[in-house]
Ligand binder design. Sequence first.
Ligand code: ZN
Ligand code: ZN
Length: 355
Amino acid sequence: MSSRLAKLRETLVANDLDAIVITQPENRRYISGFTGSSALLLISMEHALLATDFRYYEQIGKQSPDFRLIKVESNEIGPILNNMVQETQTTRVGFECQHVTVDTHKQWADAAEGFELVPSKEIVETIRATKDQNELATIRRAVALSDGAIHHIRDVIRPGMTEKEIAWEMESYMRTHGADQLAFPIIAAAGPNGAMPHAVPSDRAILAGEPIVMDLGAHVDGYNSDLTRTVCIGEPDDKYREVYDIVLKAQLAAEEAIRPGMQGKEADAVARKVITEAGYGEYFGHGLGHGVGLAVHEKPTAGKTSEDMLLPGSVVTVEPGIYIPGWGGVRIEDMVVVTDDGVEILSQATKDPIV
Ligand code: ZN
Ligand code: ZN
């Protein structure tokens, strides 16, 4: 945690802040180690304060031993923050303006004595965008679980199973092999349903010969994986082979091209060019990928307009897709970690388009 605090303090200086109050749960966990749902974290150049109530006080003692722990007895968050800031003797206090409600801000501001609340964006998120070795080790465990679920579903999938049954098979595999929970609700979308990138599994029975998009992830020790494979049972139509080949070519081209220092939009453009030149540009309606870590979607993003920098240690998805209304979709998604000269592909699940 100490190197994270050091990085945060450098960022505070660069943003002309004396301190920052952190309430976004993943950010708070990243900096303090505290995994609960309610606490105020205040970091200044010299102080690191963590305040919580009876429900979590014992827990923060175990998870955040290096922080000055404050047990709060009321839910008057204005005076609580004010007291913490007085202890640090700071005057320009950043807050996470993308996460704090108008009501919370009002309570803080009404009680503030001698300090100013400064709206701040993506302070911790930017630090989280490059992973250390411990984080990568946990992410690899989450990735292995989703890879295993694809291996498992390829063994058991049969025509007549419903999308919901496919989703449950994969969920059950990940939970019984060590996932704490799902990273997000699983997508299993067969035939025309696959044309919706975020389709919800239905009672529709799958048929041989149609594309089946499966998007899943495991959550382990706070970290997530995100994986998509598209398969067809038995003999597909010509359209499937054509579309699958284009999406795979686009994905491999992007994985081949990514270098540290590249902007997200440059990586997106590599895959988009392949799909556009094949005549399917209008059917690739989302970005190439996104960062994955404590959150399933985090920085850096790799969409059409993203100027986020891909840096060594950034973990991102590479997930081009083609979605054709009335027919279905093909998406292939890997997680990769950016290295000093390219990427290491974390996802190991087979990309064989047929089962
Ligand atoms: Zn996904
Ligand atoms: Zn994704």
